[in-house]
Design a protein around this ligand. Sequence first.
Ligand code: AMP
Length: 411
Amino acid sequence: MDKLTIRDVALQNKRVLIRVDFNVPLDGNGCITDDTRIRRSLPTIRYVLEHGGKAILMSHLGRPRGKRVPEMSLRPVADRLAELLEREVSLAEDCVGEVVEGRVSAMKGGSVLLLENLRFHREETDNDPGFAGKLASLGDVYVNDAFGTAHRAHASTAGITEHVAVAAAGFLMEKEIEYLGLAVGDPRRPFLAVLGGAKVSGKLEVVQNLLGRVDGLLIGGGMACTFLKARGLEIGESLVEDDLLDVAREAMAEAEKRDIPFLLPVDGVVAERIEAGAPTRVVPVEGIPPGWRMLDIGPETAKVFGGKLAGAGTVIWNGPMGVFEIPDFAAGTEAVARALAEIESATTIVGGGDSVAAVNRLGLVEKLSHVSTGGGASLEFLEGKVLPGIAALDEGLGTTDQGLASTEIEK
Ligand code: AMP
C-alpha cells in the first residue's frame, strides 16, 4: 500500500472530512435493510474520534440526479450510525453552503456531523471544481474510505483532493487496496477466479485481464451460457449475448494457449420461467431442452468447482452462479460460497453485491479473508485499471524517516 493512510496524519482538533460509502439499501418505509456499509466505516470514524478529531462525514445515497429527493435523505443513516457509535450524530441540512459551514465551525473535538446526500447536487457527479472546493473548505484533513465509489471521478472522491492539504486513505480503503492489490500483484498460487452474474459484457475485460494472471477460471451464472453456446452447445432460451460469441471463443482459445483451465458448468438447473415454484430439472449442459433456460449451475458442477477450489492459494469471486434471488436457483451460489469458506489457509476475496449478499445470508463473512464493499470498483481494480479515487490520494510515507504516526504533514 503506497498511499498515505489515516495513521500517518495528526488528527487532534482537526476537522476530518471523511468520504464514506453510506449508499445503503432502504425499504419502502425508509428503513435500512442492510447496514453493512455503515458498520464497515466504523473503524475509521472511531479512530478519528479517539484521536480528538471532528468527524465530518459525507456520502451519496441512491441516484437523486442533482435534486433534493426527501426519500434519499441520509436521515436514516444518521440515526443508525448514532446507535452503532453510541453517540450523537448530527445531520446537516445540506453538504455545502453557509449553514453547513456554521455547523462545522461549531463542532468540538470528538463530535460527528453527517452532511446531507452529496448527489442532491449535480456538481458532485460532474466533478465540478467549484463544488469540490466548497466541500474541501469544510475540512483540514481529507480521508477517503469509500472504496465502492473509488472508480468514479466525482467531486468528493477525486476533485476534492486538488483543494486539500492532506488526502489519506481510511482503514476500509486501505484493506481493500491491500487485498485486491495482493490478488493483482502477488497472489499465493494456485490463483483461481470464479466469475458469475448475468452478462459476459460486464466482465469481459476482467476475463481478458485475469487470463494473464490466474491459474484457472471458473465460470457460472448467466454469463456461462454465452461460453457454452460458443462451444457449440444448444442452450435453449438461456441468457446469451450472441454478439460476444466470437470474443468468448477467443478468450477460451487464449486460455488453452496459456494452458489455463477454463471451467464451465457441466450440468445446470433449468426451468421454462424465471419464477419461484416453476418446475425445474437438472440436466447435463449438452441436454438443455429447447424452450428451457439454465438458471443455476447443477450439483455436479458445484462438486467439480468445489474440488478445484479446495486446492487454491488465492481465490477471487464475483457474481452469483445462478438467479440466486429465487431459492430454487440459489444452490449453486451457496455451494460456491461454502466451498470458499472451507478452503484452508487460502486468501479468499469476494466482491460484487450479489456474491456478498450470498455470503452474508449464509453467515460466512468471517470465514473469508476479505469481502469487498465495492462491486464495480473491485472489478475495475481486477481489470488492472487505475481507480481515480485511489490515484487522487497522497503518496504514502513509505520508507522515509518521517513515517511516524501523528506526524503533521504539509503538502
Ligand atoms: P451481475 O450484475 O452481472 O453480477 O448479475 C447479477 C444477476 O445475474 C443476478 O441478479 C442474477 O439473478 C443474474 N443471473 C445469474 N445467473 C443467471 C442465469 N443463469 N440466468 C439469468 N440471470 C442470471
